[in-house]
Design a protein around this ligand. Structure first.
Ligand SMILES: C[S@@+](CC[C@H](N)C(=O)[O-])C[C@H]1O[C@@H](n2cnc3c(N)ncnc32)[C@H](O)[C@@H]1O
Length: 265
């Protein structure tokens, strides 16, 4: 039986409003384990980026949160990684722990004001879209990412698929068993903490099939989607993580989707 947390806030330990906002939200996210993401998500994002970006080139992590993935990317790819986030508290946590990241920037009113147009050789955006309440907000994020990218440079997006709702994965559960969610519906996501307990967060259900058209509206081209499987992860993820669990749910219905696109001229 799972130990779902009963946190102080209505969304289970973090304040209501923007997901993962404020000090409590930032601390809550920094404590999640993310095993499923380190199996089927982040290593595949890095593999996509490795084909496009090398030492010294600029990679922006848009919605970097506490900076764990940005820090890992900087060490593995040798790129100059810049983290950007709307949450000053997340950026404070990241500055304190993710030390391989070159710079951190606050996103204010949908813009990273101190980064110029075309400054990025690549952008990754991991688990940010589910925080956004409207389709216009998704388009706004894609438009700002497009502004940051130089022409022909890649965006790599990592998202959960709300069609996988109700399944208990090693480190997450999206929504309730037997429920289905319309685009933008509120959905409670449960994430496993490193101490084995579970953190709840209110997110929004954005079907992965929505992303290509929105990306094209934001002046991206060549959109490709890929759903990494456990069999593929055998060659991509850390061997000790792969060996640590049976990954039964992840094998039956892999819940993460990677969308790549190039900045159109
Ligand atoms: C679930 S966390 C993911 C953090 C990190 N990308 C990762 O995968 O570990 C989502 C992050 O997106 C940030 N965020 C939410 N809306 C944003 C927006 N419109 N622009 C940039 N960051 C945003 C939040 O503050 C939070 O840090």
């Amino acid at each position: 039986m799972s130990d779902w947390s009963q946190g102080s806030g209505p969304s289970g330990g973090a304040p209501e409003g923007a997901a993962w906002s404020g000090h409590e939200g930032a601390r809550a996210f920094a404590a999640v384990e993310a095993a499923t993401d380190w199996l089927l998500g982040y290593p595949f994002v890095l593999r996509e980026l490795a084909g496009h970006i090398g030492a010294g080139q600029v990679l922006v992590d848009y919605g970097c949160g506490p900076g764990k993935v940005a820090d890992h990317a900087a060490r593995v790819l040798g790129a100059r990684v810049l983290g950007a986030d709307t949450s000053p508290e997340m950026l404070d946590l990241a500055r304190a722990s993710a030390t391989a990241v070159a710079e951190y920037h606050l996103v204010e009113d949908g813009r990273v004001t101190d980064l110029p147009d075309g400054c990025a050789d690549a952008v990754m955006c991991n688990h940010v879209l589910a925080s956004l309440p409207t389709e216009d907000a998704l388009l706004g994020v894609f438009t700002e990412i497009r502004r940051l990218l130089r022409p022909d440079a890649p965006l790599v997006l990592l998202t959960t698929d709300p069609a996988c709702s109700g399944t208990e994965y090693a480190s997450l559960r999206i929504g309730e068993p037997g429920e289905s969610y319309a685009p933008g519906d509120p959905v409670t996501v449960r994430l496993r903490r490193t101490d084995g307990s579970w953190q709840e967060m209110r997110n929004h259900a954005w079907p992965v099939g929505l992303h290509p058209a929105l990306l094209e509206r934001a002046r991206f081209r060549d959109v490709v989607q890929h759903r990494p499987s456990v069999d593929e992860a055998l060659a991509v993820a850390a061997p000790d993580l792969v060996a640590a669990r049976p990954w039964s749910a992840e094998r039956a219905a892999p819940p993460l989707v990677i969308t790549t696109a190039l900045a159109a001229r």
